[in-house]
Design a protein around this ligand. Structure first.
Ligand SMILES: Cc1cc2nc3c(=O)[nH]c(=O)nc-3n(C[C@H](O)[C@H](O)[C@H](O)COP(=O)(O)O)c2cc1C
Length: 168
């Protein structure tokens, strides 16, 4: 494990994010993982932040609302089975970690674990959450991504990166 600043390998990590990164949540002894390809890494309120975009319909949304934390894994190896399962199956219906054959390791500063895969890990604590307002949304984006279904909009979880490191 190598401790690194939150922006370490930023270009590489954003490239990975645009295809498949993993967002892990944990509540009441159960761990869930979903694929995420949308998000942002930056600085807000002088803090290092990751902004996760999670639709209200996701089980992950429910869990983040309960715990106000999650971890992000930028995998440094191809994980086609995990990408398929964690991007299409809901944690409401299955134990995705078991289905993928993946395990986790404890995080350092939060309760949610990180995925036990080679890659860069972010431990994130939510500091501001905001559900999208349909009336403020660009029309083209509305048509392309949302179908005007009420629970289909994303929440932006602006989260402080409280620890960041590379796992072998
Ligand atoms: C390539 C890819 C990227 C995705 N990115 C996101 C995302 O950024 N936000 C989101 O809410 N869902 C995203 N999804 C969909 C979720 O990963 C998927 O619905 C998942 O089954 C949700 O799991 P959950 O219900 O256990 O939270 C993506 C799916 C794929 C295949």
């Amino acid at each position: 494990m190598q401790q690194v600043p939150f922006h370490f390998n930023a270009s590489k990590n954003l490239e990975i994010l645009s295809k498949t990164a993993f967002l892990t949540t944990h509540f009441a002894g159960k761990t869930n993982v979903m694929v995420t390809a949308w998000g942002a890494l930056g600085v807000m309120w002088k803090l290092p932040v990751f902004v996760a975009m999670v639709r209200q319909s996701r089980y992950s949304y429910e869990l983040i609302e309960k715990t106000h934390e999650f971890t992000i894994t930028f995998p440094y190896m191809d994980l086609p089975k995990a990408a398929e399962i964690c991007g299409h199956v809901s944690g409401r219906d299955a134990d995705k970690l078991a289905l993928c054959g993946l395990s986790t390791r404890p995080a350092h500063k939060i309760t949610t674990p990180v995925l036990e895969v080679p890659g860069m890990q972010l431990e994130c604590k939510v500091i501001y959450a905001k559900l999208m307002s349909a009336e403020k949304l660009n029309e083209a984006i509305q048509e392309l991504w949302y179908d005007r279904q009420p629970n289909n909009y994303h929440a932006f979880f602006i989260s402080q990166v409280v620890d960041s490191y590379i796992t072998p």
